[in-house]
Ligand binder design. Structure first.
Ligand code: ATP
Length: 252
């Protein structure tokens, strides 16, 4: 089995009376794509937020390569090698494409890094490589706000690439992409996988899940109900019923 880069154990978080995440234990492996699948409100995005320090957990732990990360700030988690995308992308809309990507290289560079101008050059090279890899080089001087929908999704991916993280948490990165863009996106993931990146993907489109993932963690009501290879999980009629909103009545 591949190395575990990130592990959470029993993460939990309530909002008022709503138990959004109710004990999520999840492992992400180097070179594997894990799809986090589940109905709306299952707790997928909240799980990401707990791992990245965007939200505090009520209980539970998480480690990156065995190092505890609970209580760290998002920028500290990023420095440990976690890059994350958001459903709403969170781009710097009035900056150029190149500036957006360059800004993402900061998480990977330490302020005491030697050779100031050399380090900057290296960051610029990383940003240019990320623009090339995502097909955005020709749009580098356009403002993010002027990009088409799919281009904005790829800009978000270019920022992930430029951060040089080895754990990627992607929140619906392929939603709304046409087939050609989806294939291009799949190539990006395959290349990252080959480099040993551990990827976790929140995805509603089950065709995309089958295309791209090695494992599924199926979440419902804040719990991981099942984990395993996509073929097995997606054939399970009980999970399909939950996913498509045909939940069995609970015993009174
Ligand atoms: N900041 C918050 N305050 C209050 N409730 C929240 C907050 N964030 C999430 N929730 C609630 O927690 C539950 C889990 O939300 P979450 O966004 O994690 O689900 P999800 O599985 O990502 O859903 P979707 O697939 O629709 O994006 C939902 O009922 C949601 O309304």
């Amino acid at each position: 089995m591949n190395e575990v880069l990130l592990r959470s154990e029993n993460l939990a978080r309530a909002f008022g009376g709503l138990q959004a995440v109710a004990g999520v234990s999840l492992s992400l492996y180097a070179g594997q794509v894990t799809a986090l699948v589940g109905p709306n409100g299952a707790g997928k995005t909240t799980t990401f937020n707990l791992i990245t320090g965007n939200l505090r957990a009520d209980s539970g732990t998480a480690q990156i390569r065995g190092r505890p990360i609970m209580g760290l700030k998002p920028w500290q988690v990023a420095r440990l090698g976690v890059a994350r995308s958001f459903q709403d992308l969170r781009l710097f809309t009035h900056m150029t494409v190149r500036e957006n990507v360059f800004a993402a290289t900061e998480t990977a560079s330490w302020f005491w890094q030697p050779g100031g101008s050399r380090a900057r050059l290296r960051r610029q090279e990383r940003a240019e490589a990320a623009l090339e890899a995502t097909g955005l080089a020709a749009l580098a001087d356009a403002r993010a706000v002027d990009l088409a929908y799919a281009e904005r999704k790829f800009l978000s991916m270019a920022r992930i690439l430029a951060a040089e993280a080895d754990i990627w948490l992607l929140d619906e990165p392929a939603s709304g992409l046409d087939l050609a863009s989806r294939l291009r996106f799949g190539e990006l993931l395959k290349n990252a996988q080959a480099r040993g990146v551990a990827i976790c993907l929140i995805e509603h489109n089950l065709d995309v899940v089958v295309e791209l993932s090695n494992r599924i963690a199926f979440l419902d009501q804040g719990r991981v109900l099942a984990e395993g290879d996509p073929g097995t999980i997606l054939k399970d009629p009980a999970l399909a019923a939950i996913y498509f909103g045909d939940r069995p009545q609970e015993a009174a």
